[in-house]
Design a protein around this ligand. Sequence first.
Ligand code: DP6
Length: 354
Amino acid sequence: MEDAEWECTVEAPVNIALVKYWGKRDSELILPYNDSVSLTLDEEKLGTRTTVRYSASYEEDSLVLNGKPTVISSRLSNVIEEIRRAFRKQAVRIKMNAQDLMSMSRYRFRIETNNKMPTAAGLASSASGMACITFALCTALGITESVDMSELARLGSGSACRSIHGGLVQWEAGKEEDGSDSLAKQIYPASTWPELKFIVLVVDGEKKKVGSTEGMQRSMATSEYMLLRPKQCKDRIQEVCWAFQAKLFPALAEVIIKDSNTLHAICRDSYPPVNYLTRTSEALIDFVHRLNEALGDVCVAYTFDAGPNCFVIFEEKHESLLMWLLLHTFIENDVIDPTIHRQPKWDDDELAKY
Ligand code: DP6
């Protein structure tokens, strides 16, 4: 029995922030400075797949990331320890017999995780990655129901907490010091607006020079624009929620575009400044504004995280025109790599199907 091994495999999606998280009120617990809101994408093409093998016969926890043995970071180690703690609490609650509890407490994990897209390139790989590992470990220990997985995933990487849910997801900054009120919650399911589509344009798949964690620290320390963020984000999130439930694309698009531009203005205002966008990113911004102008309405939105890669958001009815134009302006020259995504077909209660 001591040598027995088990395994479980799960997948988790990336999420695209529409109103961005940037800055922390507590760096240890990864508590954000402002509320944020995101949309979860399908996990078939983007996202992460994780297999956890566990046994009391393994000597220590270990991690293989994208095929390479990797040292477990202090953040991931916090996630694992919190999951063990949640397991012990649950064991007491369900009055698990002492022998089972003892043997399960000795489990060590071999985590094998693979991102389906470039890692650390501003394509939300840390979000799906940490969400996926959290989900896999909780599934392995049978604690998916009794804990808020968003709270656990958040300890690995802030934005990961939003990948625990499908649809439009809000992560509240909260006020409590222990972070107990800083959870991610679904606001509307993906089925509210199934015609929404996304293209991910990979301008550069290389690892970014200034990671999000460092970039946001720099902004918190040096950019006065940050003072506006808590209220600005609350107002923008209200607009996003209203536009999403009413399916008003131009209203949604305007907020998305403005918030992406605000994030990058803050980065440029930070000292020393951070510039995540390249000339191709700027050309894409220009392209979207010119297209919207030609169409006489805001039919396409763009948003950039901490990297040069572009998420384009639009409704299905504009897909052919947009793809044709992109093919002829950017993609033909091999500048970018287009992938079309939908929101996931599953809804929250089906996340556990893997
Ligand atoms: C620009 O979640 O990667 O993508 O919490 O330090 O791990 P840490 O940062 P991370 O930051 C993501 C920032 C962003 C905006 C967003 O996803 O809301």
